[in-house]
Design a protein around this ligand. Sequence first.
Ligand code: CMP
Length: 132
Amino acid sequence: MIKPDAVAGGHSGAILKQIEEAGFEIVALKLTHLSDAQASQFYAIHAERPFFKTLVEFMSSGKIIAAVLKKTNAVADFRTLIGNTNPEKADAGTVRKLYAKSIEFNAIHGSDSDENAMIEAGFFFSNFERFN
Ligand code: CMP
């Protein structure tokens, strides 16, 4: 998911290009604006964290781009491509190093496991399996 800071900043095209050039196939894509309830549901796993309220406010503050990506070793390779959650710790050339402002407003989200990738893809695309 390309987050509201990166979409509002006009970086969507550059980020999608970087994703494709890294060998990911985009199999589903959607520009949308999450409601407070949708952002809360997406990040429900973080509900007890001190940053949850501001995370939900941020994620529902503007448009996002949701994508389902396909690649061998996709989860690990995508996390390498986007870099550390904290842009100060992210490697040069990663999406977060290039576009994130802070650990909170960090431009992009990637699933942390194949299992969560399926859940998160289903959150945005009811029939994404058929797009393959
Ligand atoms: P993401 O990879 O989408 O997963 C959870 C999000 O919570 C994370 O990116 C950040 O946007 C946010 N987040 C994680 N850790 C912190 C933190 N310590 N302070 C504020 N926001 C955080």
